[in-house]
Design a protein around this ligand. Structure first.
Ligand code: AMP
Length: 277
């Protein structure tokens, strides 16, 4: 069921909440793929009702071209959802519904989360993510919200903001869905040619290189070798970092659960991926 206004969504949901039905929420920017569907499937299993939102949030784009070229495929998304699930509430608001004149949002300081990795390379990105998710949480008021580990730092940011704003919402992190080749599924992959998709595999190969060589090198040496490995491919590396999976700070030994995060350009398309190890 397609719902475009906050008031009609609230009407639907308040009845259900009164009946003590559990609401699962999956925020997306649309152009749905198997990765999104895996989040929705999980939400479907664990709740009585599932709200999926599709909103291409301009405030989290720091690059106008990326925003303009972001795929928008509402018809196809609706078809995909109705084939796989019955009774999903699809929330498809416009800008003014999410960002009303009387916006209740009060920004918070994200500290290290906003200055490392994606935060460092996409200034303002997480401020935009926090703003939209805050407003969506206020609108949907779910019991659980589902996010993909593909956006590893985003999950950390969402957990942080959920605490800071005191939302009583369980944040569920779901594993990354990949093509058979290993390429992480992403709406942006639609913009890649077949050749570029092949070239983009260097991301997954490098993540595995890092994992396989953990025993052989200290983190900084491994990072250098991984960058060399990556640069043997065709993509343009933006960053490759090996950090503590909890704090996202750099590590100098292996006493932490580590995550390797990569961002790179395949032509004009920016791709990210990560692997815990
Ligand atoms: P997006 O539409 O790209 O904003 O993504 C919406 C949600 O789907 C986010 O929580 C993403 O982390 C998640 N997601 C995107 N790609 C994948 C994937 N390949 N596997 C699992 N979750 C994903």
């Amino acid at each position: 069921m397609l719902i475009t206004t906050v008031s009609s969504l609230r009407n639907r949901l308040s009845d259900l909440a009164n009946q003590d039905k559990k609401i699962g929420f999956v925020p997306t920017m649309g152009a749905l793929h198997e990765g999104h569907l895996s989040l929705i499937e999980r939400a479907y299993k664990e709740n009585d009702i599932v709200v999926v939102s599709i909103f291409v949030n301009p405030t989290q784009f720091n690059n106008l071209e990326d925003l303009e070229h972001y795929p928008r495929t509402l018809e196809k998304d609706m078809e995909l959802l109705s084939k796989k699930f019955h009774s999903i509430l699809l929330f498809y608001p416009d800008f003014n519904e999410i960002y009303p004149k009387e916006d209740p949002f009060v920004p918070i300081d994200l500290g290290n989360l906003d200055t490392s990795l994606e935060g460092k390379h996409r200034p303002g990105h997480f401020k935009g993510v926090v703003h939209v998710v805050h407003n969506l949480f206020k609108i949907v008021r779910p019991n659980r919200a589902y996010f993909g580990q593909k956006d590893f730092q985003q999950v950390a940011v969402i957990r942080f903001m959920t605490k800071r704003y005191d939302f009583s919402i369980e944040i569920v992190a779901c594993e990354t869905k990949r093509e058979q080749s290993g390429l992480a599924m992403s709406s942006r992959n639609m913009r890649l040619s077949a050749v570029e998709k092949d070239e983009a595999l260097i991301i997954w190969e490098t993540l595995n290189f890092v994992k396989q060589n953990k025993q052989n090198y200290q983190p900084d040496e491994l990072k250098n070798r991984a960058v060399d490995f990556f640069n043997s491919g065709k993509l343009k590396l933006e960053y490759l970092e090996i950090v503590d999976a909890e704090s996202l700070s750099e590590i100098s030994n292996w006493n932490f659960e580590a995550v390797c995060c990569i961002a790179a350009y395949c032509g004009k398309v920016r791709l990210i991926d990560n692997l815990l190890f």
